[in-house]
Design a protein. Structure first.
Length: 313
């Protein structure tokens, strides 16, 4: 069996002159949490809707476990659980009735349905709300209930479109914890968001999308080499007075600026790794006693800002 649960090749979708997706290629490793990052209008929802089988692409192929998506959606529907950005809830149903309705659409037998509903309510921490009407649930509770709905047939792959949208900070933390719990249970999760820092906390890999085009994809370590950096950020700690070290550093080639951050100095440096090594040699040769000298790795937000222009369609 392939290490990739989902493979997307040359996925393309246009709405008139607007290129919602243009030649999108993705591979989702089995058991991973994979984040699709991009501003509103980047094509995230279009990509997830096509993968879920609710929207036809103009071109491209989608495979799950190596099987091509074709006109027979039965196999596909059994493998995928889809939670759209605007989910439908039926306010006059109780929580268990809501899940029972969708379990029936997947033809789960009555005994299995009852057991499955109780398991899902426990998983999403809604057991005490089993007999509560949906309209009486908070936004966060409704969000978790809709996730339970996407899990009712025990799919291998979950597609979550902006799942934390509209949630308060506490509910967002709870939802992130739930996503990691689902990963521990063996699910592969494809989640979209424009909330960059949230994805950085839960995702093993990310893909950065802008105006329908893929800018970068992979782990943080894999994406960083794709950048043409305007500058690097170095952090230095020393036993010597920081003001003396700062005065020395600002005179060195490649140093764009130096600022103090607590007991460290942060250097904006416009050179490659060889130039960094040369700078270190000069600092040591000047007699400064260093405790540490290293480059600060970019976080997801840094990468996003460097790879995109902030344009929407």
């Amino acid at each position: 069996m392939s290490d990739s649960v989902l493979q997307v090749r040359h996925l393309t979708k246009h709405y008139g002159k607007i290129k919602a997706l243009e030649q999108l290629d993705l591979d989702l490793p089995r058991g991973s949490v994979f984040g699709l990052v991009g501003p509103n209008g980047a094509g995230k929802t279009t990509a997830l809707r096509i993968i879920a089988g609710v929207l036809e692409p103009d071109a491209g192929e989608i495979m799950i476990d190596g099987r091509l998506l074709d006109g027979d959606h039965t196999y596909w529907a059994a493998k995928i659980g889809y939670m759209p950005d605007f989910f439908g809830v039926y306010p006059d149903l109780m929580a268990w009735e809501y899940l029972d309705f969708f379990a029936r659409t997947y033809r789960l037998p009555a005994v299995q349905r009852a057991r499955r509903i109780d398991e899902l309510l426990e998983l999403v921490d809604l057991t005490e709300k089993k007999y509560t009407f949906v309209q009486a649930l908070s936004r966060g509770m409704q969000q978790r209930l809709c996730l339970a709905r996407a899990l009712v047939h025990d799919p291998e792959l979950l597609l979550l479109d902006e799942p934390a949208s509209g949630l308060d900070p506490r509910a967002r933390v709870a939802f992130r914890t739930l996503v990691k719990r689902l990963q521990q249970l063996g699910k592969t999760i494809f989640v979209s968001s424009h909330i960059l820092l949230e994805l950085a906390e839960i995702c093993d890999q990310v893909a950065i999308l802008e105006k329908g085009e893929l800018k970068a994809a992979g782990t943080m370590a894999e994406i960083e080499p794709q950048l043409t950096k305007q500058h690097r950020t170095l952090r230095v700690r020393s036993l010597d007075e920081l003001s003396s070290l700062q005065a020395f550093l600002v005179q060195q080639d490649g140093v764009l600026s130096v600022r103090q951050d607590g007991d460290c100095l942060e250097i904006d440096f416009g050179g490659d790794e060889a130039a960094i090594a040369t700078l270190l040699q000069r600092v040591v040769a000047a007699g400064f006693r260093l405790l540490s000298f290293h480059e600060i790795s970019s976080n997801l937000e840094d990468l996003y800002l460097q790879l995109t222009k902030g344009e929407t369609q």
